[in-house]
Write a protein that binds this ligand. Structure first.
Ligand code: BG6
Length: 515
């Protein structure tokens, strides 16, 4: 089995030994994501000795910054955002490997200068470097960067070797189906698909990876993981935070594009997919795409359809009064951007026909919770059914993606005593209790995987287009309606009442995720 076809589960962390000398170039070096997540991820990989022995990181940005200043900024980013404090020795070891390259993303000569710089490094060390380009800029310059990587020859660096240049591309991957297709075309005219790593950081989360293990390393779930036993599936990606300082981006995006098209749809595909024939990246991604292909187009009738959107009003978060969306800095007064979206999806295949998958995501919700809840059908009401002595709940398996990562199974149990009474109880598995709490951040896993050429936890081109195929008609429908039909909800609540309607038809209720 070649290095590129190994999977993290098979390789474990020993795979870093296979990473050749590498130059990582991050475009958007002074951006928020680079400072908060990417630089701390590099430092944590260094702390765990997971970087290749020959490793160089070049921050690429528009503003001129000296190498020395970039190193100082990077150290500050690590101190403020790393999950662990980085030992001085480790920082001293990696500090000289950090450098900065200033240039305009649209300027061919800036990329030519970057290529010259890398060739010079190779010459000096008499070594061939694997190149990893991480595009973490605003989406408006994605295409210019990709074209310039192509034209400068950087995209084809090592193309015929075992370690071809790779490009990691951040979200948003397009803003609708057509723009996603266009971006795929641009990428593919300079890179082969096996060089392209479309990121969705949810796939780097431990619990999301564990979903495959829970499903396919245990024999007890597979027989009941289907329409015979499952009544519905609820995927919740809720945040307490508001739009913060990102109004410029967010107002153009909204919850459907920002969270559902990518993160929530990934959770749906991993939950619903068939067992892959093996753990190699293509087998897993093939199965995920099949799920997306089987999702039937949404019914978009206004008051009965499969989609609800809403915007937060002023409200209370943890007892503190917070602004409504329209009062946030940078949000246009008449904005009709949704900060909450809920969908009812049906997967038209043998396993799931008729089982609703409810998906919701919102900002300024009651709690920060991402979870997948598999709700099973109730037992026949023959034995424990009469009166209110029997407080029966459907069995629910909850995969808690974050925070308080773990799995909970809701069962009905007898309350101790001489009278037979029942009560729902919870069986918990907690990551923190079992494994300790310091699990790697998603970006550590993803950067490492890209470095060793493992694309399992990245999105394939057809996957992103299938997901946009489902979402784009909803976006177009809402755009045409403008503010008509846009619901509101108080900050700190579980979203608009109208979203309950999606579940009534099948006699379901949204879960209230709690501790
Ligand atoms: C990003 C979105 O993709 O995910 C943000 O653009 C959101 O709006 C973030 O806040 C949530 O990520 P996490 O890992 O904190 O759940």
């Amino acid at each position: 089995m070649s290095q590129t076809h190994r999977h993290p589960f098979l390789n474990g962390l020993s795979k870093h030994r296979g990473a050749p000398p590498t130059v990582l170039v991050i475009f958007g070096a002074s951006g928020d994501l680079t400072q908060r997540k990417l630089i701390p991820a590099i430092a944590n990989l260094a702390l765990d000795n997971l970087l290749p022995s020959e490793f160089h990181f070049i921050g690429f940005g528009r503003t001129p910054v000296s190498d020395a200043d970039f190193r100082t900024l990077s150290k500050e980013a690590i101190e403020s955002h790393s999950r662990r404090s980085i030992i001085d020795d480790v920082w001293e070891r990696i500090r000289p490997q950090f450098s900065y390259h200033a240039g305009d993303y649209g300027a061919a000569d800036a990329f030519k200068a970057l290529a010259d710089r890398i060739h010079e490094m190779e010459k000096q060390r008499d070594s061939h470097f694997q190149l990893l380009f991480y595009i973490s800029t605003p989406p408006g310059v994605f295409s210019s960067i990709i074209r310039n990587l192509g034209l400068s020859g950087l995209a084809s660096h090592g193309a015929d070797s075992d370690h071809p240049a790779r490009v990691i591309i951040e979200k948003p991957f397009g803003h609708d189906l057509e723009s996603a297709r266009e971006l795929n075309r641009t990428l593919r005219s300079h890179f082969r698909e096996d060089q392209i790593y479309r990121i969705d950081h949810y796939l780097g989360k431990e619990t999301v990876q564990d979903l495959l293990v829970q499903r396919f390393a245990n024999a007890i779930f597979e027989p009941i993981w289907n329409r015979e036993y499952v009544s519905c599936v609820q995927v919740t990606v809720a945040e307490q935070l508001g739009v913060g300082s990102r109004a410029g981006y967010y107002d153009q995006s909204g919850a459907l594009r920002d969270m559902i098209q990518n993160h929530a749809m990934q959770l749906v595909s991993l939950t619903a997919m068939e067992p892959p024939v093996s753990l190699d990246p293509e087998s897993i991604r093939d199965e995920k795409v099949k799920v997306l292909k089987a999702i039937q187009p949404l019914d978009l009738r206004n008051s009965e359809g499969d989609a609800v959107r809403a915007q937060y009003r002023e409200g209370l978060i943890e007892g503190q009064r917070v602004h409504g969306y329209k009062q946030e800095n940078g949000v246009p007064a008449g904005s009709s951007t949704e900060t909450y979206a809920a969908l009812r999806l049906f997967i038209n295949n043998w396993r799931w026909k008729g089982v609703p998958f409810y998906v919701r995501s919102g900002k300024r919700m009651a709690r920060r919770t991402s979870e997948i809840a598999i709700q099973f059908k109730r037992p026949p009401g023959i034995l424990f059914s009469e009166g209110n002595r029997f407080d029966l709940s459907p069995n629910i398996m909850v995969i808690r993606v974050q925070p308080d990562e773990g799995v909970t199974l809701l069962l009905n149990s007898k309350v101790p005593g001489l009278e037979t009474r029942t009560q729902p109880v919870k069986m918990h598995f907690n990551y923190a209790t079992t494994y300790g709490s310091n699990t790697p951040e998603a970006y550590e896993r993803l950067i490492l995987d890209a470095m060793v050429g493992d694309s399992t936890l990245f999105i394939r081109g057809d996957e992103t287009e299938e997901s946009w195929r489902i979402i784009t008609p909803v976006l177009e429908h809402w755009e045409a309606l403008d503010a008509r039909g846009l619901e509101t909800y108080s900050a700190g609540s579980w979203g608009p009442l109208a979203a309950e309607r999606l579940l009534w038809e099948h006699k379901h209720e949204w879960r209230r995720p709690g501790p």
